[in-house]
Write a protein that binds this ligand. Sequence first.
Ligand SMILES: *Cc1c(COP(=O)(O)O)cnc(C)c1O
Length: 394
Amino acid sequence: MNLDWITPADRLRSLPPYVFARLDELKARAREQGLDLIDLGMGNPDGATPQPIVDAAIAALQNPANHGYPPFEGTADFRRAITDWYYRRYNVALDPDGEALPLLGSKEGLAHLAIAYINPGDLVLVPSPSYPAHFRGPLIAGGKIYPLILKPENDWLIDLKAIPDAIAQQAKILYFNYPSNPTAAVAPREFFEEIVAFAHRHEIMLVHDQAYAELAFDGYQPTSLLEIPGAKDIGVEFHTMSKTYNMAGWRVGFVVGNRHIIQGLRTLKTNLDYGIFAALQTAAQTALNLPDVYLHDVQDRYRTRRDFLIAGLAKLGWDVPKTKATMYLWVACPPGIGSTDFALSVLQQTGVVVTPGNAFGAGGEGYVRISLIADCDRLQEALDRFDKAGIRYS
Ligand SMILES: *Cc1c(COP(=O)(O)O)cnc(C)c1O
């Protein structure tokens, strides 16, 4: 039977291939060949969810009141926990009715926001490299992407002055993310002030992805967009439970900020989903109220691995700057080899999976991202294999 006529919509065909899916195929093949893979490719935390969260979920599962459809806008208790947490962390007051919306993970919300706000042809400013949902959501909506190329000499910060006025005038949304996945860069408060002024001047919605709000080290405290005066007039900020609380499989995140922007997303989602299983909202609420010792545990885990891997890579000729946040190292490819070729040759020669930087956009060419999602013994094994295979920076 000829099924050629069953073609996906243009909005799907316009997407560049999802590199993680392609890496998955290569990983499967390597596994079939009996290779012991060390997977440092995905941003998938390797730790267990803290026990009090699991216990809260189990108790909430036993309550039949949680078994029906949850409220569209999330449970009142979880929304209140979000705004209380936000106030404690950032000293910013938010209204739980309208300025906070639970999401089925933040990726869903980041992509759906573009569907809610972008018409075909609308211009969206997206850093390159960036987290894939930041440009894939707008592409699915039919938007045009204007890539903001990030550069090491600019500490991977967006160079707002390099954006032509005509482009800024046209743009409808700007996505950004500090502490950054994939570059692990952080932005000073002055940068946030500049970007808020820029967005006001050009009437651009600001979408800040704060996935790594709590994975910061050495006393560094990431800035929240909404701490900046005037930000709430034009911006929203996305948060996730996935990284901080090792809850990636639970699919819980939230967005906070401007109520009109949030309302559009909520209206769209009302037509697509019923929100998060209420028992999981109870568990997430427990997470946000955990004592800080749980945060320190997760921060210590990634900081230890960061220091270990930076020191090990230094012995192989790499000079990787000490990151202040996130669970990643952003590592330059040896001169003369591109991201994809380097990542593939590392995989084939050593069974170590790293992500080619160009998976995050053309601006990531020349780098690979290494996730700190294995303990130091496994990282040592990866370093030993690099050494044996002659993989070094030179
Ligand atoms: C991991 C990650 C997310 C995804 O979070 P979910 O809530 O699990 O969907 C979003 N943004 C960035 C930058 C991430 O690294």
